[in-house]
Design a protein around this ligand. Structure first.
Ligand SMILES: [Zn+2]
Ligand SMILES: [Zn+2]
Length: 264
């Protein structure tokens, strides 16, 4: 979940924590958009100089709510070829509970940014999907991340390749094999329900195949405001359970434990 430091979220950390307690959650994680090198899409993330304040704010709230809620601190980092050294150094600079690796860019195109949606017109949808899943595959192979964020974000605006597209289906299979091999976790995210695609990330078929491969999942609301805390959790967990997945991943100091899905 995010904080206003990324310049596109509202509510401070205490508001998210209080929303989680009110929703009956026992554990949440803040993972705001990480700093990136200066020339890289600066408006959508915190500045590197803000990192210590971000940590301090989460740690302060963590101490205040500790009897009611486990508050974990992480980052949502970008996987973007050419920036790995910067991201690796930043990840190593603090004992994060978890680091999400997300692909938001194909080349310098922020494909999920409404401001550049017209660039979709210059792409064949299948090609954009293949390029995207190749990057997700590389993000798993990078070894830098615990969790692969919103694993089919490319569908955000509803652009769809044919369901039987051989290249796209091969790219998804190859990505999932890499995730399995690298032993990283896939995020099931309710954020897609709030976007034009109106669908959980990732698609049912990806969840089904991941379940066959015994790839673990974590759940995320990707909340950008306190009222989104825990949004769609029931739908996400029900989808996992429909494929006989009965536990989700939790991280503390980058150690993964699996916890049983609780029924309210
Ligand atoms: Zn965001
Ligand atoms: Zn993201």
């Amino acid at each position: 979940m995010h904080t206003p430091r990324c310049n596109h979220a509202t509510g401070d950390v205490a508001d998210y924590a209080n929303a989680a307690i009110a929703a009956g959650l026992s554990e949440i994680g803040m993972s705001d958009h990480s700093p990136m090198p200066d020339d890289f899409d600066k408006p959508w993330r915190m500045d590197r100089t803000e990192l210590p304040e971000y940590l301090q704010e989460v740690e302060q709230v963590r101490d205040i709510v500790k009897d009611q809620l486990d508050l974990r601190v992480g980052l949502e980092a970008d996987f973007h070829p050419g920036t790995q050294a910067y991201v690796a150094e930043m990840i190593a600079s603090y004992a994060w509970d978890y680091v999400i690796g997300s692909v938001h860019y194909i080349g310098d195109w922020g494909f999920d940014n409404p401001d550049t949606i017209q660039i979709w017109d210059t792409w064949k949808i299948e090609d954009a999907y293949c390029a995207y899943f190749k990057l997700v595959e590389q993000s798993a192979q990078s070894g830098m991340f615990d969790i692969i964020g919103h694993p089919d974000l490319i569908k955000k605006f509803g652009h769809r390749p044919p369901a039987d597209s051989v290249p796209v289906n091969q790219a998804i299979e190859s990505m999932l094999q890499a995730v399995k091999q690298a032993d990283v976790v896939l995020e099931i995210s309710s954020a897609g329900l709030r976007k034009p695609v109106a669908e959980i990330y990732p698609h049912t078929r990806i969840v089904q195949r991941a379940a066959e491969l015994a790839i673990p999942f974590s759940y995320g609301s990707d909340a950008h405001s306190p009222n989104e805390v825990g949004h769609g959790m029931k739908e996400c967990l029900s989808m996992l359970e429909s494929f006989s997945i009965h536990e989700i991943a939790s991280f503390k100091q980058r150690q993964r434990t699996m916890i049983a899905i609780q029924h309210a």
